[in-house]
Ligand binder design. Structure first.
Ligand code: SAH
Length: 463
């Protein structure tokens, strides 16, 4: 190791830089993150640096460097992009007693500036002693993606809270508390309510730990998408990775359940044990019970949990027990389905709105604003529309919809057995009954597959 990494205390100390062009600006952008007093010395200074000076971020001395300019400076940067001038100013700075760095000149520099991942106060410095800048950049990019942007905020708030945590005995109990904060409650609180939500969550967590209730449950309400595991979000995958208990509905495919943590208990809330399907109140109770047992519960719903997912009933039950929860969105059947027929849900000059409607609700066939839907150019994605197809067809025709309006039914969207049926409003029934579809199907009113069905077949080849 030819260079020893250290973190230098620079708050309130002088850092002097000679140069006023691009190289100077690049270094200044980094240096302005510190609390050092910055002085730029150069005869020519870029307008951007003048703006920084006007904002009070640095001082400019508008002339070439002279002996004494780097007195009392902790660090000195030669950034003139001119070897002779850099050598001259470096000699001066050296004599003035500053540590010297010459930009892009490793051999004559006394220190080098690492690549930095900044989650202040958490800072990662990466150095390759000039051997492989590409490698340093790759490591930096990797860490930038891996470290959540909230990390710095959490660390700052955590630091201000250290004293309160003295209430916990040293050792294991404190470590458990901090790890619950940094890896679980802190990020979740930040994601839900921003910086303001972090401190209250920290206090609550500490109270729980002091009371000896270490583990508290959590519920993720997760969208599983239409069936293809590749259409899961990364967040959904991560939640499945961590789950103690997975409670899923009938339409979630086995391929997706495969991704749950191996030790997780997987409960099918869509069938058996409780008759053909579990009553909503029983599902609510099941979620709450597992969370109160201290488990990480993943409530896995097909598509997006916020679309015809009876989500609010579950949230009400979770909130009634003061259990923490998150909603992780998923790709709803309508989005996935239009993709397979090469269409957009909205299109300029065709439809500036799209309705997501349900064929039936808990009380039977669902009523809609048929009058509005019957107007030319309307588009609707009809969920749960198989049994109610004749009813919907009748209502729309009765309200004057054009019988030739295109209707497309897509069954088993994104799955190997996907099927597309292109028809018209006039033909919707008996076409649908004759097709005898067994899987979930979504019906698009006002949308035909792009150009021809062959297009959908073509798209399938690339799936
Ligand atoms: N939350 C889900 C919808 C649940 S309601 C979502 O956002 O997609 C159930 C209805 O969704 C089904 O009756 C069907 O109309 C539609 N659906 C769900 N998955 C589907 C799939 N893979 N293919 C076609 N339709 C699907």
């Amino acid at each position: 190791m030819k260079h020893f990494p250290i973190f230098l205390a620079v708050a309130g100390r002088r850092i002097v830089l000679s140069g006023g062009g691009d190289a100077a600006m690049a270094k200044l952008r980094l240096l302005m993150k510190t609390e050092a007093k910055l002085t730029v010395i150069a005869a020519e200074v870029a307008p951007e640096i003048h703006r920084w000076a006007a904002d009070g971020k640095l001082k400019i001395v508008k002339r070439a460097m002279e002996p004494g300019d780097a007195l009392c400076a902790a660090l000195f940067y030669a950034a003139n992009e001119d070897d002779a001038e850099d050598a001259r100013v470096s000699r001066i700075a050296h004599a003035d007693g500053a540590l010297v760095n010459i930009v892009d000149n490793l051999a004559d520099s006394q220190f080098i500036t690492p690549a930095i991942v900044d989650r202040d106060p958490v800072t990662v410095a990466i150095g390759t002693e000039g051997a492989a800048p590409v490698l340093a950049r790759a490591i930096k990019a990797d860490l930038e993606a891996r470290l959540p942007s909230s990390l710095g905020v959490l660390a700052r708030i955590g630091k201000s809270f250290r004293q309160a945590v003295d209430a916990l005995p040293m050792g294991r109990k404190r470590r458990d508390f901090w790890s619950a904060f940094y890896f679980n409650h802190g990020p979740k609180a930040f994601e839900k309510g921003g910086e303001a939500a972090v401190l209250p969550s920290l206090k609550k967590l500490l109270d729980r730990h002091i009371a000896g209730r270490k583990t508290d449950g959590h519920v993720d309400l997760v969208g599983a998408g239409p069936g293809d595991p590749e259409l899961l979000t990364l967040k959904a995958r991560n939640a499945l990775d961590k789950a103690d208990v997975v409670i899923h509905d009938r339409l979630v495919t086995p391929e997706i359940l495969e991704l749950a943590r191996r030790e997780a208990i997987v409960i099918d809330a869509g069938k058996e044990g409780f008759g053909t399907s579990m009553a909503q109140a029983d599902i609510d109770a099941l979620i709450v019970q597992h969370a109160l047992d201290g488990h990480h519960v993943v409530r896995l719903k097909s598509g997006d949990p916020t679309v015809f997912g009876r989500l609010d009933e579950e949230i009400a039950a979770i909130e009634a027990h003061d259990i923490s929860y998150r909603i992780i969105p998923g790709i709803t059947a309508a989005s996935a389905a239009v993709a397979t027929i090469g269409q957009s849900l909205t299109k300029r000059h065709r439809n500036s709105a799209v309705r997501l409607i349900t064929g039936h609700d808990t009380k039977g066939y669902a009523d809609q604003d048929w009058q509005a839907l019957a107007a030319a150019g309307e588009v609707a994605a009809i969920y749960m529309g198989k049994k109610s197809a004749r009813f919907i067809q009748g209502r729309l025709l009765m309200h004057g919809a054009d019988p030739a309006t295109p209707v497309t039914i897509i069954e088993n969207v994104s799955r190997a057995d996907q099927q597309i049926i292109a028809t018209t409003l006039a033909e919707l029934e008996p076409t649908l009954t004759q097709a005898n579809l067994q899987g979930p199907a979504i019906t698009f009113y006002g949308l035909a597959p792009r150009a021809a069905l062959s297009q959908a077949e073509k798209l399938k080849e690339f799936a």
